[in-house]
Design a protein around this ligand. Sequence first.
Ligand SMILES: [Zn+2]
Ligand SMILES: [Zn+2]
Length: 418
Amino acid sequence: MFRKVKGFRDIFGVEANYWGLVEDIAKRAFRSFGFSEFKLPILERVEVFDRGIGSSTDIVEKEMFVFKDRNEEILALRPEGTASLVRAYIENNLNNPPGVKKYYYYGPMFRRERPQKGRFRQFYQLGVEVFGSTSPLTDADVINLLYSFFEKCDILEYLTLEINSVGCPVCRPSYRDKLVDYLGDKKELLCGDCQRRLHTNPLRILDCKVESCKSITSLAPLMIDNLCGECNEHFNDTKKYLDFMGIKYVVNPKIVRGLDYYVRTAFEMTTDVLGASSAVGAGGRYDGLVKTLGGPDVPGIGFAIGVDRLVDIMMQKDFGLKEQIDLFAVIFDKESLDNVLPVINKLRKDGFSVEFDYETSSIKSQMKKSDRLNARFAIFFGEDELKKGVVTIKNMKNSTQNEVEIEKIAEYLKAQTA
Ligand SMILES: [Zn+2]
Ligand SMILES: [Zn+2]
């Protein structure tokens, strides 16, 4: 017997219904905000992520699935969507004609991190990217979409929207110096990772989860107190528009982004229902990324949602999704199939899920199959009834049954379920 690869999983049954629900909600929500779908390849040249995510990040250093293809090309399974989409934006010359472009993507991502509870090596992300606007209205509307999506998923009560500004190339370098000065005195008290980060990426120390680091950074200078005039105005406008949109948020000055091309607005949707506080969605503005990947100097902003976590939350809330079909057709006699099959097809065209027994076994065993499929109604196609142009429909929940004219089955079922 074969077993699946460690860190990967099979999704089926009721859980798969939750995945389907999330995909449906996402497509409707993203389209209602004017986003169009982008289907990206799962495999890219490794340089896309080296450049797009940064070769010194954990993702690229330790967590990517990288391999050499037969022609010696180094390829990677994508660990996220943004770098791929920016690559595609540039390659397909989508800044031409110039203007605001809005795309969403959905699909599996891969990280070769140590598998642990709730973390998979193949996980799914839903994400959006907007190119071509620096306006704070764009930031507010992108955050609005993230918020509205979770609202449509009906789980806002478990989530907190946190926002911050991470500054820009004008104000961040001097802030960074200030932070390094402050932390330099306390270097010995920081965890090993943070001692290293002090030289490579000091801002990341602010979101270290180690208690001793947290207590040291609790009094550290903050980016939002050191923004330049333009960043300050941009952040204030973004907050003002979010207020206009009726979106509840908190400012969390500890949200950081590790890479230089991230500027200004950064945001996260966090939850503590899955144990320790964690982000279900996160995003930000990345005005330098398109240029970093060799494209024109076009600003961008986007977010990604972790669908595995989102489904976990929805299953905890329990929306009562079941594996169920609308109708099971009970066929008494193979000779009647020429009359029965057109009726079944018509009902399927009308949007009902209809099943029947391919073996046309005994009525008793057909009823068992109907139970197993959790059918809401059973339709009995008896010989005498068919002659009269009727069928018997049984409501499996309350066991009531009625004779219904074949022409009126759909109408009858709609009235029953209304
Ligand atoms: Zn600035
Ligand atoms: Zn630390």
